[in-house]
Design a protein around this ligand. Structure first.
Ligand code: SF4
Length: 54
């Protein structure tokens, strides 16, 4: 499987504030089936569901 958490609908991106804007970072978290830290480039797990806009 080549998908990663970044394109999964269960992934929540984390950001840092840079002056006037927010920039995405490599880290985030997964909300399904329970809350856990994940990186955007983590290989997808069996619970992977593609985002609507991915
Ligand atoms: S750990 Fe699985 S369910 Fe969670 S964001 Fe990544 S691919 Fe999706």
């Amino acid at each position: 499987m080549t998908e990663t958490c970044q394109t999964c609908r269960h992934f929540r991106q984390h950001y840092i504030k840079m002056g006037w804007r927010y920039a995405p970072i490599l880290h985030g978290h997964c909300v399904y089936p329970r809350l856990k830290p994940r990186r955007a480039d983590t290989p997808a797990c069996p619970c992977y569901r593609p985002r609507e806009d991915a």
